[in-house]
Design a protein around this ligand. Structure first.
Ligand code: T46
Length: 139
């Protein structure tokens, strides 16, 4: 799907444990301006249900697992995040829903900009109209 891809981070393993470094612009395709994490989510809960008009983000499930539904105006896919060295890049204009958080799941998110509620697109019909005007209508 356009504006999304999986990134594999370098995992350093030795007898003392594991370490995954993340450098903005080197390991991920933007400067990191904000970091947040989501945890303590019941398995029955679904979060997200929005797209961003400008924001670039990388999602890493650093503990446990979670499913991410990615949608645009013409297609949909589900990504299963379960490894701390696997990162999901989501660029602008991609609808996302996070669901089936495992017990103790911790979803770390790196973002390209500060929090701005005005930049969220939370209405699906509005999202489709906007996506079609940018990417064209799928027949
Ligand atoms: C996204 C997915 C993966 C802040 O005050 N600052 C922040 O940086 C963020 C991200 C949220 N908030 C507040 C806004 C809400 O009152 O935290 C509350 C929960 O946020 P929200 O309902 O937007 O959470 P999710 O899980 O639906 O979405 C979040 C991000 O907002 C979103 O950008 O892509 O995680």
């Amino acid at each position: 799907m356009y504006n999304t891809c999986m990134l594999r981070l370098k995992k350093n393993s030795d007898k003392y444990g594991k370490l995954v470094p993340i450098e903005g612009e080197n390991d991920i395709p933007f400067k990191i301006k904000r970091v947040y994490y989501i945890y303590g989510v019941d398995r029955t809960v679904c979060r997200g249900f929005h797209a961003h008009s400008k924001l670039h983000q990388v999602l890493i499930c650093v503990n446990g697992s979670v499913k991410i539904r990615l949608k645009n105006n013409s297609s949909e896919e589900i990504v299963f995040l379960e490894k701390p060295e696997e990162a999901l890049y989501i660029g602008p204009m991609i609808w996302r829903e996070m669901f089936e958080f495992s017990e103790n799941a911790v979803l770390l998110v790196l973002a390209s900009d500060y929090y701005d509620d005005n930049e969220y697109i939370r209405n699906w019909d509005k999202y489709v109209d906007l996506a079609e005007s940018i990417f064209g209508k799928e027949e």
